[in-house]
Design a protein around this ligand. Structure first.
Ligand SMILES: NC(=O)c1ccc[n+]([C@@H]2O[C@H](COP(=O)([O-])OP(=O)(O)OC[C@H]3O[C@@H](n4cnc5c(N)ncnc54)[C@H](OP(=O)(O)O)[C@@H]3O)[C@@H](O)[C@H]2O)c1
Length: 296
C-alpha cells in the first residue's frame, strides 16, 4: 500500500511520516515539491507516484492570521483539499483529510460533546475554511475519510505546551501567567492520532470521524497539569477568552465525541492525561531546554 503524505514537515504530518512509515510505503514531498494549491502539480505528482491513499495533513493553521489572510487561507485550506479530492477521483485513490473542532461554534453547554453528524457552524475564518474543506472533499472524492481533531500537541511544530513552557519560564516570582479557563477541549497527541489514522486506513474506514483523546479539560486545567508534572512553580491566573482579545473568535466548547470510532471498535484514544504524561516523560526535558533557548 503506497501513501502520499502532504504536510509531513508539520506537527501531525511529521508523526504520520514516522508512524505510517512503519506500516506502509510513504512518500512525503514537501511544499516546494508538491504545493497542493496547484492543480497541475497535484495531477502531475499523482500520475508520477500512483499512490493508493493520499493523507492530507497540509493546511494553513494560523487561526488568528486566517482572519486577515483570507485569500491564502482559501487557497490552502479549501482549493488544496479540493484539488486532492478531484485528483483522488481521477487517479482512483482514497483521500484521508484532517479537519478541526473549529468547524463547530462551540455553543453547546459543557460538557455536552459534538458528534460527527452535528451541523457545522464555524465562528472564525479558519473554522469556515476547514468546513469548506470538508464540503470540497465530500463533493469530489469518491472514497474519503475526514478526521476531525483538536488541541493537538507533539514534539515538532508550535503548540500550546511549547508556548506555555516558554511563557512560564519567562514569568518571574510574584508575577502570574494568564491562562484561559472558559475554553474546553481534549488535548490530543499527534503521535497517538497518527496511529489512529493508521487503524482507520488498515480497516478500510470511510466517512467522517471524530478523533481526540478521551475526557476533557479547560486550557487552565491543561496548563496546570503540564506545569505540575514538570514541577515548574508559576502562579497561574485564570482568565476568559474575551480577556485575551485575540483577532479570531474561538469556540468555547471544543469537546468532540469519538462516536463512530467507538461504534466500529476502532478507537485507540486514551484519556488525555495519560498521553500528556507519557509525552512529557519522553519529551519534557527536551522541551524545557528548547523553551530556555527560545527565551535567551
Ligand atoms: N494544531 C492543532 O491543534 C489542530 C487542531 C485541529 C485540527 N488541526 C488540523 O490538523 C492538520 C495538521 O495540523 P498541524 O498543526 O500539524 O499543522 P502545521 O504544523 O501547521 O503543518 C502544516 C503543514 O502544511 C504544510 N503546507 C502548508 N501549505 C501547504 C501547501 N500549499 N502545499 C503543501 N503543504 C503545505 C506546511 O508546510 P510549510 O511548513 O513548509 O509551510 C506544514 O508542513 C491541519 O489540517 C489542521 O487544520 C490542527
Amino acid at each position: 500500500m503506497k501513501i502520499l503524505l502532504l504536510g509531513s514537515k508539520g506537527m501531525l504530518g511529521s508523526d504520520c511520516k514516522k508512524v505510517l512509515g512503519q506500516q506502509f510505503e510513504v512518500i512525503a514531498p514537501d511544499k516546494k515539491e508538491l504545493d497542493i494549491v496547484s492543480w497541475d502539480r497535484v495531477t502531475e505528482r499523482l500520475q508520477h507516484y500512483k499512490p493508493n491513499i493520499i493523507v492530507n495533513c497540509a493546511a494553513f493553521t494560523d487561526v488568528d492570521g486566517s482572519e486577515k489572510e483570507s485569500f491564502l487561507v482559501r487557497k490552502v485550506n479549501v482549493e488544496g483539499p479540493r484539488n486532492l479530492a478531484q485528483g483522488s477521483a481521477r487517479f482512483n485513490c482514497k483521500l484521508v483529510h484532517i479537519s478541526s473542532d473549529y468547524v463547530f461554534g462551540g455553543r453547546k453547554t459543557v460538557p455536552q460533546p459534538y458528534f460527527e453528524d452535528d451541523s457545522m457552524d464555524p465562528i472564525s475564518a479558519y473554522g469556515t475554511s476547514k468546513m469548506q474543506s470538508e464540503i470540497a472533499v465530500k463533493e469530489n472524492a469518491p472514497d474519503y475519510i475526514i478526521i476531525r481533531t483538536g488541541w493537538l500537541y507533539g514534539s515538532e511544530g508550535g503548540n500550546f505546551i511549547k508556548s506555555l513552557l516558554a511563557n512560564a519560564l519567562r514569568t518571574r516570582k510574584k508575577q502570574s501567567l494568564k491562562v484561559v479557563n472558559d475554553q474546553y477541549g481534549s488535548p490530543t497527541w499527534t503521535y497517538r492520532l497518527a496511529h489512529q489514522i493508521g487503524e482507520l486506513i488498515k480497516n478500510g474506514a470511510r466517512g467522517t470521524y471524530h478523533a481526540t483523546s478521551e475526557g476533557y479539560c479547560s486550557r487552565y486545567e491543561f496548563a496546570r497539569h503540564i506545569l505540575e508534572k514538570l514541577k515548574i512553580k508559576v502562579n497561574l491566573e485564570p482568565c476568559s477568552l474575551e480577556d485575551l482579545s485575540q483577532p479570531a473568535r474561538r469556540p468555547v466548547n471544543c469537546i468532540l465525541e469519538n462516536r463512530l470510532l467507538k461504534k466500529q471498535g476502532l478507537s485507540i484514544m486514551p484519556d488525555w492525561k495519560e498521553d500528556v504524561d507519557i509525552f512529557l516523560d519522553y519529551y519534557g526535558e527536551k522541551l524545557l531546554k528548547e523553551a530556555k533557548a527560545r527565551n535567551s
